[in-house]
Design a protein around this ligand. Structure first.
Ligand SMILES: N[C@@H](CCC(=O)N[C@@H](CS)C(=O)NCC(=O)O)C(=O)O
Length: 320
């Protein structure tokens, strides 16, 4: 099911829009419905499907929470190829890449086919993750921070009690989680992109300096602690972790975030990152460095025109 109209302005990385000062501004996600009781989208078995890339940190948040909550059977997932080309993210029928899959619902060629099925007049980027409703053949939500909130709470009646009891957004910590999320998003999770996507020196420096200031702040918070907020795993950890695990393999060189590395410059952040990776399959099994490195160094080709993929760092994640 190929899409005929020219959507390259929405899908081609080389046509990404910049601000006049050479900085990059992320546009807000467009599909923002919630799965909720008596809403348009109710929690049901065999109704929802998740489309993700292993490469994408935002999508990986949803993979991690899906596993933490034991939603694997309830919400099947399809992995796209990391070669995000001029048409956006392809499925395996268009680009066979180890670990990539075909779209089991519609045999789509690209993620963009799903967006245009949901809304033929859609004008945004064709991003992952996509939470799809099989009943109405539409996108429920394409904003990772909201998808993880739904995964945390919306399906609790349909999963075993031990999994329902897992709560990564505990009421007692809402304020603290919301506030830490905010500055981490601006300066770290999105900050690495603002640094890497900058096309002017000043815009780059305006992103990279606050990024490292925030890493210094996070180093203090995590010193002597296993988690960011309280003494439990929360969504704040999940949201930050997907950026930190990509930091040394990708952001240090590709996005020029090279004031320090995590492994040499931030012992507490490094230890927090490694413990989650090695001790929790939800984190480790959601991380695929082949997809991650291929995507960034190949797809974002205006930044790396040779598309050569660096081999290091070796190992990608050090042992505990
Ligand atoms: N706000 C979105 C951002 C998702 C996003 O930017 N995904 C990137 C990959 S890391 C993407 O699919 N980009 C496609 C494009 O811009 O063409 C979320 O958090 O879910």
């Amino acid at each position: 099911m190929a899409t005929k109209k020219d959507t390259s302005l929405q899908s081609d990385f080389a046509k990404l829009k910049y601000e006049p000062d050479g900085s990059y501004k992320r546009i807000p996600s467009a599909f923002r419905s919630f799965i909720e009781k008596e809403g348009q989208f109710e929690a049901e078995r065999d109704r929802y499907h998740l489309y993700v890339s292993y490469a994408c940190p935002w999508a990986t948040r949803t993979l991690i929470v899906r596993k933490l909550k034991g939603l694997e059977d309830l919400i099947p997932v399809t992995i796209v190829s990391p070669h995000m080309g001029t048409e956006g993210w392809p499925f395996a029928n268009v680009d066979e890449f180890p670990g990539a899959e075909v779209d089991p619902l519609y045999g789509s060629e690209h993620i963009k086919d799903l967006y245009l099925k949901a809304d033929p007049n859609y004008t945004g980027r064709f991003s992952v993750p996509v939470l799809w409703d099989k009943k109405n053949h539409t996108i429920v939500n394409n904003e990772s921070s909201e998808i993880i909130r739904m995964f945390n709470a919306a399906f609790n009646d349909l999963i075993p009690t031990d999994k329902a009891a897992v709560d990564i957004y505990p009421a007692a910590h809402h304020a603290e989680i919301d506030s830490i999320n905010e500055w981490i998003y601006d300066t770290v999770s999105n900050g690495v992109y603002r640094a890497g996507f900058s096309i002017k020196q000043q815009a780059y420096e305006a992103a990279v300096v606050p990024l490292f200031r925030s890493l210094d702040r996070l180093e203090k918070i995590l010193t002597g602690k296993d988690y960011l907020v309280g003494d439990v795993l929360t969504e704040a950890d999940v949201r930050l972790w997907v950026t930190i695990i990509r930091f040394d393999p990708v952001y240090v060189s590709h996005f020029k975030c090279n004031l320090r590395t995590i492994r040499k410059g931030y012992p507490a952040i490094h230890s927090w990152m490694k413990k989650l990776y090695w001790n929790s399959s939800a984190f480790k099994d959601s991380t695929n460095f082949e997809h991650i490195k291929t995507h960034y160094y190949w797809s974002l080709y205006t930044i790396n025109p040779t598309r050569v993929i660096p081999i290091g760092p070796i190992p990608h994640v050090e042992g505990l």
